[in-house]
Design a protein. Structure first.
Length: 617
């Protein structure tokens, strides 16, 4: 079983990292914070014991801590020995420098607080895997119920059904978006909204959810990542939809926090009484060991009465919170959260479905009567660490499966509102059968007169060479990075600094390799020329740019060798994402002979040469 293979691989990998990797490398990879300082402790609204911690060093290094991920604490002795605490904890909330951690209790907090040279690292995520295994078992064993029907439609030969409905008009949507919404409304079992870059997939999905709520009292909305869930939640609340967010948001604004389950729970009129009951129970628990037998029995009986009343209040608060919400939103794994136990939904919407493991999708599908998938399987795939499992089919998502076997349920959005026509044309031909078209308002939009929207700077004459810097960070090409920054400075000079600041023209610097990204970031920090525009320049990997766009994009391909080896640049979906981030100007830096070994890059080079030739005439 492929998921089992991935599970074993990740577990082994975690063990290897724990035993052999130094703290500094773990920090650089975003797996660890060290040193950390413990802060205040308190019980949250769900009666979980929370310890806050902060880090003061390396705060600019991106980390992988987020809501629901398991962590463990460790201390480092003077001679460099690492000792792990014998309890695990869970992230409740994480920002750049502060985390709220759910820990087993006050005893664990005292253990942590009494330590110097304290650190925290991600722990192997056993729970998510067990939840996925459980979902797959349920799906395989399902018989004579709705889950069995959905399994046979999504993965088998059963045909998806559609209702006959009079089409709804949406004058503010384009015709492809309008027919996508109508197809979803007519679907009995499954529908897919396929949204290539810049085609308004989120707009269409929000409209679809809004329209579905005229027909159903409540829907479940999920995505693979917390970030994707937050994004759709924000758009829904802007439309006045009452959203209940299970799990903590990644981007914490007051607007985001106000629709979290915890905040709603705390602001319920019955919560103060529940809080004081819980406090009383904790106080009684402390005194339980003292006193006479009669006194202890009296305390036990009082605790029992308090617990009954507490449970009553919790049920009442939960009923009020859930009954008032139109949309319940969570990550796919968090849809198994105990507060959703026993809840069932008419419709489940899965956003960014092409990035979700199939097993994760089934966690949520168990709770629904029909499924709407939205995303783009020609962009970033699901993240899989075990190469063998990926190659054998684990990376083939449920969305890909259904697109291939049930084309009748797919709606392709065709008009894109992001890119200049010349930037759009190549990905449209290669990935979308040439079906994309640029909206009139962006078709010829540019920054400079007589500028070419897309260019390739061939570094082969300069004899730049890539270097290998470790398995996860991959490769670096310092000379190419330096040239990129020089080209960026030249382009900024051509536009003019005042104009850039007045119009807030923004720049994205993308490389598929983390080492190249970190090198570019460090160089920009020390560049006096670029300092005034620092807030307008984003440097990140392709994955980090998913869902984003910039006026100008520079891509550093890094690879330069005599054998034409391009490694994971062969995953063309990544390149699709990189190219399609640009609104008005795209500059690619790469060694043409190395990249030309692959037909995609050879064709891309030919296309760019053609564009530049025709712009000269």
């Amino acid at each position: 079983m492929l998921l089992r293979m991935e599970y074993e691989y990740e577990k082994e990998e975690f063990k290897r990292q724990t035993e052999t990797m130094g703290i500094a490398r773990k920090v650089k990879r975003g797996l660890c914070w060290y040193p950390v300082t413990p802060g205040r402790t308190y019980y949250n609204s769900l009666n979980q014991f929370i310890l806050e911690i902060t880090r003061t060093e390396d705060t600019d290094i991106e980390h992988n801590f987020e809501f629901g991920r398991p962590v463990c604490f460790f201390r480092q002795s003077a001679d460099g020995q690492i000792t792990y605490f014998n309890f695990t904890a869970t992230v409740s909330y994480a920002s750049e420098a502060r985390m709220a951690i759910i820990i087993p209790g006050a005893g664990a907090a005292m253990e942590v607080e009494s330590c110097d040279h304290l650190g925290i690292q991600l722990y192997f995520d056993e729970t998510s895997y067990q939840t996925m295994f459980g979902a797959l078992t349920d799906v395989l064993q399902a018989k004579d119920n709705r889950l069995a029907e959905l399994r046979d439609i999504l993965l088998g030969t059963a045909k998806p059904g559609f209702r006959e409905l009079y089409p709804v008009r949406f004058p503010w949507l384009n015709s492809a978006q309008e027919s996508a919404v109508n197809k979803v409304l007519c679907a009995r079992d499954v529908a897919i909204v396929h949204g290539p870059p810049g085609t308004g997939k989120t707009t269409t999905l929000v409209e679809t959810i809004y329209e579905t709520l005229h027909r159903e009292p409540q829907v479940l909305v999920c995505a693979q990542s917390n970030m994707a869930v937050d994004w759709i939640c924000e758009k829904l609340t802007d439309r006045g939809v009452n959203v209940l967010r299970i799990g903590n948001p990644t981007r914490v604004t007051d607007k985001m926090l106000s629709f979290t389950y915890e905040r709603r729970f705390e602001s319920h009129p019955a919560y103060p009484e529940l809080w004081s009951i819980r406090k009383n129970i904790r106080e009684l628990h402390k005194h339980l060991r003292r006193g006479t037998y009669e006194e202890r029995e009296g305390m036990r009986s009082r605790m029992s009465r308090l617990r009954d009343r507490g449970t009553q209040l919790e049920i009442q608060i939960n009923a009020d919170i859930f009954d008032n919400a139109h949309v319940i939103a969570s990550t796919l794994v968090s849809s198994s959260h105990h507060v959703l136990n026993g809840r069932h939904f008419g419709t489940l919407f899965i956003d960014e479905a092409a990035q979700a493991l199939e097993a994760a999708c089934w966690i949520a599908i168990r709770k629904a009567d029909r499924v709407i998938l939205a995303g783009d399987h020609c962009q970033l795939p699901a993240t899989i660490k075990c190469y063998e499992a990926a190659r054998n089919g684990l990376e083939r998502t449920l969305m890909e499966e259904v697109v291939a076997s049930k084309p009748s349920v797919v709606s392709l959005l065709k008009v894109q509102y992001r890119m200049h026509e010349s930037i759009m044309h190549f990905p449209s031909e290669w990935f979308y059968n040439g079906e994309l078209e640029a909206a009139p308002e962006v078709r010829h939009r540019g920054i400079l007169d007589l500028d070419t929207p897309i260019s390739w700077i061939d570094t082969s004459d300069m004899e730049f060479k890539e270097e290998f810097v470790g398995e996860t960070f991959g490769r670096i090409n310092r000379e190419e990075a330096n040239l990129l920054l020089k080209e960026l400075e030249t382009y900024i000079h051509h536009i003019g600094g005042h104009r850039i600041l007045d119009e807030q023209i923004d720049f994205g610097l993308i490389s598929p390799y983390k080492a190249q990204v970190q090198y570019l970031r460090s160089k920009i920090k020390t560049s006096a020329t670029l300092r005034p525009y620092y807030s307008l320049i984003t440097v990140n990997t392709v994955d980090g740019f998913q869902g984003q766009e910039r006026d100008v994009i520079f891509i550093s391909l890094v690879r330069a060798n005599d054998d034409g080896q391009i490694g994971f640049l062969k995953d063309l979906r990544r390149m699709n994402v990189a190219i399609t981030r640009a609104r008005m100007k795209l500059v690619i830096l790469g060694d043409a002979p190395t990249m030309s070994h692959h037909p995609f890059y050879r064709k891309l080079l030919e296309y760019i040469a053609e564009i530049n030739k025709s712009s000269l005439h």
